[in-house]
Design a protein around this ligand. Structure first.
Ligand SMILES: Cc1ncc(C[n+]2csc(CCOP(=O)(O)OP(=O)(O)O)c2C)c(N)n1
Ligand SMILES: [Mg+2]
Length: 601
């Protein structure tokens, strides 16, 4: 007989009488607890107070009991959105976000978000109920049968299953540690249906729980690695700092700012690092990105990986002669994972440790080496950047000042830019192709971790999950700038936004399709082209269906009025912003990633 069956037998009539913590059997006067409560208690013990999920067998009662025990349970309309919510909550708070799903199909729906979290280094735990182990393992065809643990493993940073109530404490502790320590990521926790109802002695249960001590321990960099990085930095004639979303995640904002300002080195923020220093900072080189990437001789990467988003650190972007050629620059890479170095090009000075410890060690070394005499980068480098930057900013200002009819991305986003400037604490969620790229380049961010977007994969579908979580976690106004296609992936969650009455203002940059609304079916047949949607669709009506505020904006003035009203009222709002359907380009800025063939047609 296994422990599960033992404890179940011992529980006997107790579970029938009351079945949860505090129940007392006449025969034994034994206080019992069960799987449901042990999971809740283990999460609460570790400061986790919110669950993003979707109920159904075998976790419906769990969601009820979690709410009854004071947890915030946010129910979604599709698990992928709950998963994305959990992932971004993890990014914003350093606590793993929890996504809770039913077995097989619910689990699979959550899995995309788990994989995306792992790819983006967001700490989250996907907890899925699963079916009868004996039947699953013999493949006898149970209700929602699936070997979920095996499927989750390659997509998660770690995956665990708990079979016995007495192991719940360990299971949750391991999941938390795996999610947040080292390089954060997505963790899968498999909880078979039987586990929830298992009972055990309440005192033994309490003792089995683990409050995780120091879940994300600091990892101090070696002094010689710090010195190596410093020497390289000192030798630079045209230095550049690249701040990645890892730097934003680290919550060591003051030190990062001090490092940038003390060294006087121009910096580029990656998309989700925008606002780590205000985008209006004089050392920001974002407006002349292509110049600094190609010209810099020493580049210090802070929590930024040399993946496709940085053209793998080579090729023409980096001043290389041809597609895969090294541009000749040297790299310092600050990263928590030692395996990150040399992933694409040689890293001359890897600085391995948590970003907070690395940055403060580097600052300390700079101060003790050079003190107030740290030499700022050569003036010709700074002047060359400043000239280009101001020229490009002036050009952009001119474009933004235009007011064409119909409204285009620029004239609409000029409004969003002003709104974020006036409301710098608002969270900006952003997805789409042109809707993403134009927003990133036009809308300045002023505070850290306020820009939440499609991340490493450029995935569509994060929009409403991120928006719900950002509102729940921060309590701040959320503004979601969505392509009309992008919105479709999670659009049903506007009901969730209304249900929880969240201060979310969704702006759909509606250009009638994917990239543009102008493609035609070359056959002349009745089907529209694959990238084209219903023309003139009124997404605002969707929000109205659930009691939120819908608005239709065809001019920047109308858009501004509706956004200001949304922020003033904090009402769930969806603004259908009509954008010139000819305005976008194929795939936005990454047209070149589409496969090309010499054969035309
Ligand atoms: C999950 C997923 N499916 C498909 C894509 C491919 N994709 C990239 S952007 C995009 C939509 C672009 O259209 P829209 O959101 O309307 O933005 P626009 O360029 O029109 O502003 C799609 C489908 C993706 N990135 N992720
Ligand atoms: Mg579109």
């Amino acid at each position: 007989m296994d422990t599960a069956t033992d404890t179940k037998a011992a529980a006997g009539t107790a579970s029938e009488n009351a079945g949860h913590l505090g129940a007392t059997t006449d025969a034994q006067s034994q206080e019992l607890t069960d799987g449901f409560h042990l999971i809740i208690d283990a999460l609460k013990l570790n400061g986790i107070d919110t669950i993003f999920g979707l109920p159904g067998i075998p976790i419906t009662d769990f969601t009820r009991k979690a709410q009854a025990e004071g947890m915030r349970v946010i129910s979604f309309r599709h698990e992928q959105n709950a998963g994305n919510a959990a992932a971004i909550a993890g990014f914003m708070t350093h606590k793993p976000g929890i996504c809770l799903t039913v077995s097989a199909p619910g689990f699979l729906n959550g899995l995309t978000a788990l994989a995306n979290a792992t790819t983006n280094c967001f700490p989250m735990i996907l907890i899925s109920g699963s079916s009868e182990r004996e039947i699953v393992d013999l493949q006898q065809g149970d209700y929602e049968e699936m070997d979920q643990l095996a499927i989750a493993k390659p997509l998660a940073k770690a995956a665990f299953r708990v079979l016995h109530a007495a192991d719940i404490g360990v299971g949750i502790a391991r999941a938390i540690r795996a999610a947040v320590s080292g390089r954060p990521g997505g963790v899968y926790l498999d909880l078979p249906a039987k586990l929830f109802g298992q009972t055990m002695d309440a005192e033994a249960g309490r003792k089995s729980l683990i409050k995780v001590v120091d879940p994300a321990p600091r990892q101090i960099p070696a002094q010689d690695a710090v010195q190596r990085a410093l020497e390289l930095l000192k030798s630079a004639k045209r230095p550049l700092i690249v701040l990645g979303k890892g730097a934003a995640y680290a919550q060591t904002d003051a030190d990062i700012r001090a490092l940038v300002e003390k060294t006087g080195i121009p910096y580029l923020p990656m998309s989700m690092a925008k606002g780590l220093l205000p985008d209006t900072h004089e050392q920001s080189a974002a407006a002349t990105r292509s110049y600094v990437l190609a010209e810099a001789d020493v580049v210090m990467l802070v929590g930024a990986r040399l993946n496709w988003l940085l053209s793998h650190g080579k090729g023409k972007t980096w001043g290389g002669k041809a597609h895969k050629d090294w541009g000749g620059q040297k790299f310092i890479q600050i990263d928590i994972s030692p395996q990150e170095a040399d992933s694409n090009v040689r890293i001359d000075a890897p600085l391995v440790g948590d970003i907070g410890s690395c940055v403060s060690a580097l600052l300390a070394a700079i101060n003790s080496n050079a003190g107030p005499n740290w030499a700022k980068p050569p003036a010709d480098w700074l002047t060359a950047i400043a000239e280009r930057k101001h020229k490009n900013l002036a050009k952009m200002a001119e474009t933004l000042a235009r007011d064409p009819t119909p409204m285009n991305f620029h004239s609409a986003l000029a409004v969003v830019r002003d709104i974020i400037k006036a409301n710098p604490d608002a969270c900006l969620v952003n997805e789409g192709a042109n809707a993403l790229d134009f927003t990133r380049s036009i809308v300045d961010m002023y505070r850290p971790r306020k820009r939440l977007d499609v991340g490493t994969w450029g995935v569509m579908g994060i929009g409403m999950g991120f928006a719900v979580a950002a509102a729940v976690v921060s309590g701040e106004q959320v503004i979601a700038i969505e392509g009309d296609s992008a919105f479709g992936f999670s659009g049903m969650e506007v009901e969730t936004v209304c249900r929880y009455n969240l201060p979310v203002c969704v702006v759909i940059l509606n250009n009638n399709g994917v990239y543009r609304g102008t493609d035609v079916n070359p056959t002349g047949g009745p089907d529209v082209a694959p990238t084209v949607f219903v023309k003139g669709a009124r997404y605002d009506k969707l929000m109205e269906a659930f009691g939120g505020v819908g608005a239709h904006a065809t001019t920047p003035a109308e858009l501004r009025k509706s956004m200001e009203e949304a922020i003033r009222s904090r009402q769930p709002t969806l603004i259908n912003a009509v954008i010139d359907e000819t305005a976008g380009t194929e795939s936005g800025r990454i047209t070149s990633l589409n496969p090309q063939s010499a054969k035309k047609k």
